[in-house]
Design a protein around this ligand. Sequence first.
Ligand code: HEM
Ligand code: HEM
Length: 413
Amino acid sequence: MHIHPYRMPETNLRFTHTWGLGGMAVTLIFLQVFTGILLRFHYDANPQFAYDSILRIQSGLLFGQFVRNIHHWSGMFLIVVAFLHMIRVFFTAAFLPPRHWNWVIGIALLLGVVFINFTGYLLPWDQLAYWAITVSTSMLDYVPLIGQGMKELIRGGTEVGASTLLNFYTFHTGIFPVALFILMLIHFWKVRKAGGVILPRKVRDEEVNRIETNPHLIKREAVAALGLLAFIFLFSTFFDAPLQEKANPAFSPNPAKAPWYFQGIQELILHFHPFFAVLVFPSILLAGVLAIPFLKYGAGNDKIDFTTASHNKIILCSALTAIVLTPILIFLDEYVLYLEELVTGIPPFISIGLVPFLGLAGMTWLFVVVIKKKFGNKKIDLVLAIFVLFAVAYLILMFFGTFLRGQGMRLVF
Ligand code: HEM
Ligand code: HEM
């Protein structure tokens, strides 16, 4: 019945407890719906007219460019904010029961946010959009049995064309927003059912002082939302959303890159057999993240947190390992190791698939052994180490894919 309880623990008012990130994600989604509806009045989802309708929105309408900029940038920020919110939830150990199903719903929300961005990406129908969607949907070819069928279902045919645009438009402005809205309602309901946002570890054993939510929290939420809106409006005043020339299916730009959030996967394809890059790694990552709340950690859940000095060391150790090792492996594969030539006569599935995959699995195992030796055997600490290791490694892969890949996807500075 109410998004907020009447009273709430005073300790949870501190901005640095949640960093306001859940609320910011909600604000951005509402902003997207509002600006999205405005854009819809003038957007034409037909390959012949789509690009021109964007040009008309930009230069023929009062504040048209501004509204498009807001929609573009807040879509991007939404992914960042939702990701950071996940990190905050992780570090406050708020994924543990009774909040475990909300973690799962959160993952669904994050995927929803990524796919609503992805479907929006095609709509401007410029070269960037056309080829990014062509590259990303082609990745599905490497999924055995169902991959090709899925690709053609999403594209509405063999090529990216009119049916693809209509499919993406319907998902973008109809199905995904409704699905996101429903999931969001369940997400909020579950936050309330768990008794509100988790208490900081320090005060979990104490009697907490409860104060009225209105005005104390409501005012702070309003300030955070208005601050965020001010930032987005300023940003959108100075930076225009990109728009290249009209899509040309006959001419592929070099390099043709996937949207930035998929460039970690595109970077992996450069190093591994695509079956591993497109299917095995993402599946393991997703299964791992979903499993985090359901592993049995022994100690009482409310005793768990990640705030001791030894946790800081684990985080530092994992992050540094990823920061140092990921680039080294990328450079090694690019300039030194030519696995395919090293072991001739073996199918690429093994030589550049299974072999490096097992190599990486071995390294992860070694990493866990070292962490166990240095910091003890607690399962929750190992989960912390692996979570940070892979989160940072993916960010670095994305960085390489976005900023350090040029013509022919070769490394450039
Ligand atoms: C969380 C929600 C949403 C996100 C993250 C999102 C994201 C995006 C993105 C990234 C683009 C491409 C922008 C560009 O580079 O030009 C886009 C375009 C578009 N979106 Fe959304 N969107 C959302 C919701 C909506 C809704 C609810 C509608 C309409 C009801 C909508 C309508 C449009 C239209 C018409 C375009 C094409 C105009 C253009 O590209 O500038 N969007 N969206
Ligand atoms: C569109 C994306 C999302 C929206 C709009 C959203 C919204 C919110 C809001 C408003 C809260 C309460 C305030 C706060 O914690 O800041 C919350 C809490 C929570 N969220 Fe999300 N969230 C999103 C994505 C996620 C993701 C990706 C995860 C994790 C994988 C997640 C897991 C949780 C959990 C477990 C809580 C309870 C935290 C606690 O009790 O301390 N959410 N979310």
